[in-house]
Write a protein that binds this ligand. Structure first.
Ligand code: HPA
Ligand code: ZN
Length: 324
């Protein structure tokens, strides 16, 4: 099964590129930029990745990305993940990135975009890996700031496939960003949002109603509302479920308790992704292998999940035909 999963052409719709920063690269970039880390060794960093909840993870996620300073750093970060993903049989990645997390540290948007776009170009020309760009906004910061950053990103709108919404969910409902998402829609940008990870099923309904999103990132708590499940099923709205992330952040106790099998049996359009692979114990292949072990799924289930992802991926029609 593991060999089948490695060779299965895989598509990942939910990946935070800053969450792909492996401790080894974090140490290399810290040395290159003369930055002190709170860890003495790679092992010490890995040992710290033991989270109580989403906020516990976010604290280390924002701290880790402090080593990213130059265009080359962003390029190296993305290429490091793209190369690893390609070796695991991944052919397309829709990549979230968090400009506000860099702007607030004094890193200009131009630096972030130049590095990430150069890596995307390089992956597409030399790795046979296509990359979608999702500019994500931090929901625990002010809505006005998000709007300002979206306007500031005008030179890059043409490179974006979508905007997203991430960071601390509880207490930061989709309604807070109605204006931002309306503006993105006016600009012709697709919208996606994290909802129903730690937050309740109502946040999923709100993201659909008020933000007019095309995808729900995570969405596992939809099962708490029969109405929300029905809406997601009727519209075949894709859910980008991240199994190892949900275990790491204690959304579920263990993978065997994960609602993935139920989401599938409800007829929902489920896909699987790694979210933040450097922090949650592995990339897309590891997530596939863990699901095979926990749920005893056969090849057909994994083919279905990846077909769902291919149908929803931000790719050209030609590329979609190639992937199908
Ligand atoms: N949830 C919310 N925000 C995030 C995540 C996540 O899993 N990863 C990076 N930002
Ligand atoms: Zn996420």
């Amino acid at each position: 099964m593991n060999e089948f999963l490695r060779h299965l052409p895989k598509v990942e719709l939910h990946l935070h590129i800053e969450g792909s920063l492996e401790p080894e690269l974090m140490f290399a970039l810290a040395a290159r930029n003369g930055i002190a880390l709170p860890y003495a060794t790679v092992e010490e960093a890995k040992a710290a990745y033991d989270f109580e909840d989403l906020q516990g993870f976010l604290n280390l996620y924002y701290q880790g990305m402090n080593v990213l300073r130059t265009e080359q750093d962003f390029y190296d970060l993305a290429m490091d993940y793209f190369q690893r993903a390609r070796e695991e049989g991944v052919l397309h990645i829709d990549m979230h990135f968090d400009p506000q997390a860099h702007l607030q540290r004094g890193i200009p948007l131009e630096v972030v975009m130049a590095g990430l776009l150069r890596a995307k170009e390089e992956a597409e020309s030399s790795l046979d890996l296509t990359v979608g760009m999702i500019m994500a906004f931090l929901r625990d910061r002010h809505a006005e700031e998000a709007l300002h950053v979206l306007e500031q990103a005008a030179p890059y709108w043409k490179f974006l496939d979508a905007i997203g919404l991430d960071s601390a969910e509880l207490g930061n409902p989709p309604a807070k960003f109605q204006q931002l998402f309306a503006r993105a829609k006016e600009l012709g940008l697709v919208r996606v949002a994290h909802a129903g990870e730690e937050g309740p099923a109502e946040y999923i309904a709100e993201a659909l109603d008020l933000l007019d999103v095309q995808r729900i990132d995570h969405g596992v708590r939809c099962l708490e509302s029969a109405d929300v499940v029905k809406r997601l099923r009727d519209h075949q709205t894709v859910l980008t479920v991240c199994p190892l992330s949900n275990v790491s952040l204690k959304v579920v106790d263990q993978l065997r308790d994960h609602p993935l099998p139920q989401l599938l049996s409800e007829g929902l359009k489920v896909t699987i992704s790694s979210d933040d692979p450097a922090y949650f114990g592995g990339g897309l292949l590891e997530n596939h292998i863990a699901c095979a072990q926990a749920f005893g799924w056969e090849a057909d289930t994994f083919r279905l999940l990846n077909r769902n992802a291919i149908e929803e991926a931000f790719v050209s029609d030609d590329r979609r035909q190639e992937l199908l």
